[in-house]
Design a protein around this ligand. Structure first.
Ligand code: SF4
Ligand code: SF4
Length: 489
């Protein structure tokens, strides 16, 4: 990805290395300082809301159904209390597509705002695990000292406490994610039964917990920097007009250290800058923005793939600007173009194209969602059966009928022949009660008097009645010899 216009000795050298990998190729641990400032406070508040939602959503029920469920195994999905069957899968796909295009659209306008503010990885890592780590092991410097210290009872106690809490949290997160997949009822059954009765579920629980523990205790920022596919797409999604977290190199450069003279000028001379200070940029090269960065990068090098837009560097730099009595916002949400030319054109051709695609997929999603059938009935001629002639001389065909009731109330169904007149249908099975949000199968026996038979292949119209009211018409083929059949509405 681009983008650098700052003056440094080796302006492009940062591109040749990963900040968390040393020259030998070994990973070195990042000890980010705890940020403090308005963005961190807003992110914390939002994160607590998201955490409550993430942990509670699979356990909240609407009309007896889980609020959110992604049961891939049984192909059953519930989004915000609305049940989707495998037959509705195209709507789920359209919904996912709409979400993806929305993320692309927001990314092209606002960069990786998702990563910094909403992504579960960042929320769990920065707002739960990192805070616990700071609480137990102290600030970044104390953490580094503890890691480098010899083994001692104090070190063992702190590490054991931290990793114990980390594992307990990972266990809770793993179980919550499992509840999204297999359902909260199934999860509670697994938890409350001996492991031998639900070996697969128990193994899944342990694996999920270990994976989350590994990610949050060890893997950390590498999930965003190395693994996350969304991060890899950044260079294709953003451009010079994207509003991202950006260092104002026009205002900040040339950077130089804040000297004792500068300090005296601020305090003793009543805020009047020295002539040297007045002629240089606002960046005092204090590295506070680097110290708080969870991915260890220097934002002054320009927008980089590793930046997760967490805004910690904005908060850190604002504190510095306050101290040296300069305006806040040396690092801020801004596009490269707005810093270069002081003009902002966020509605670029690319954004217009994304808005167009978004409108199309969103409209399709809304249309198909609002017009989807709440009762689906499929009638297929029973495979391998021939037409038979009964004692009255009527021709008879057999069919399989599948009913899906997506409503939140039970239904009583009946099937009648609408055409040809004189034909009749018998249901083999009970469809007088199709329970809410369920599937039911039955067989149909369709008879047509011999004088109503037209050739060896004719269409028959069936009516499906729910609680006495016609809700569907189906057309199916009636054969007098053994052919396959199709059904159409
Ligand atoms: S925190 Fe601000 S002043 Fe300090 S190095 Fe970073 S950009 Fe420069
Ligand atoms: S550069 Fe700033 S916004 Fe980007 S990850 Fe580092 S601290 Fe967060």
């Amino acid at each position: 990805m681009s983008i650098i216009e700052v003056t440094t000795d080796t302006p492009e050298s940062f591109r040749n290395k990963l900040y968390n990998i040393d020259t030998e190729g070994r990973r070195h641990k990042i000890y980010p300082h705890k940020p403090d400032g308005r963005f961190y406070r807003w992110r914390s508040r939002l994160s607590y809301l998201l955490l409550v939602f993430l942990f509670l959503a699979p356990f909240v029920k609407i009309n007896g159904y889980q609020f959110m469920l992604f049961n891939i195994i049984e192909r059953k999905f519930i989004l915000f209390g609305v049940v989707f069957f495998p037959q509705d899968f195209y709507i789920v796909v359209l919904g996912i597509l709409t979400l993806l295009v929305s993320i692309f659209l927001f990314t092209s306008i606002l960069g990786r705002i998702w990563c910094g503010w909403l992504c579960p990885q960042t929320v769990f890592m920065e707002m739960l695990f990192r805070k616990i780590e700071h609480g137990i092991e102290g600030n970044a410097v104390q953490q580094r000292l503890l890691d480098n210290a010899k083994l001692s009872p104090r070190k063992v106690m702190k590490k054991a406490l931290k990793h114990g809490i980390f594992f307990a949290l990972s266990f809770a997160i793993g179980n919550t994610f499992l509840a999204y997949i297999i359902g909260s009822d199934a999860l509670i059954t697994i938890i409350t039964s001996p492991p031998t009765e639900h070996l697969t579920g128990f193994v899944a629980m342990v694996l999920f917990s270990l994976v989350f523990y590994g990610v949050f205790a060890r893997f950390r920022e590498q999930a965003c920097v190395v693994v996350c596919p969304y991060g890899r797409y950044q260079s294709a999604l953003v451009d010079h007009n994207t509003i991202a977290i950006t260092y104002d190199f026009v205002r900040g450069e040339p950077r130089s250290k804040f000297t004792r003279k500068d300090k005296e000028a601020l305090t003793v001379q009543g805020g009047v800058e020295t002539s040297a200070a007045a002629s240089r940029g606002d960046c005092i090269d204090c590295h506070q923005c680097v110290n708080v960065c969870p991915t260890g990068i220097d934002i002054r090098n320009g927008i980089q793939l590793e930046c997760v837009n967490c805004a910690a560097c904005i908060d850190a730099c604002d504190v510095v600007m306050d101290k040296i009595k300069k305006p806040r916002g040396l690092i801020r949400y801004a596009s490269l173009e707005s810093i270069r030319s002081a003009s902002q054109h966020w509605l670029s051709t690319r954004v217009r194209a994304y808005i167009g695609v978004w409108l199309i997929v969103m409209s399709l999603f809304v249309y198909f969602f609002t017009t989807r059938d709440m009762v689906e009935v499929l009638v297929l001629r029973q495979a391998g059966t021939l037409a038979v002639t009964n004692a009255n001389g009527d021709k008879v065909n057999f069919y399989m009928m599948n009913i899906i009731n997506k409503n939140y109330n039970d239904m009583s169904l009946k099937v009648e022949v609408l055409e040809p007149k004189g034909a009749s249908v018998s249901v083999i099975g009970d469809i007088s009660k199709v329970t809410k949000v369920s599937e039911k199968s039955a067989r149909l026996m369709l008879s047509i008097p011999a004088d109503k038979i037209i050739g060896t292949d004719q269409y028959v119209r069936l009516g499906v009645f729910a609680n006495g009211e016609k809700i569907k018409e189906l057309t199916t083929r009636f054969l007098s010899s053994d052919f396959s059949s199709t059904t159409k509405e």
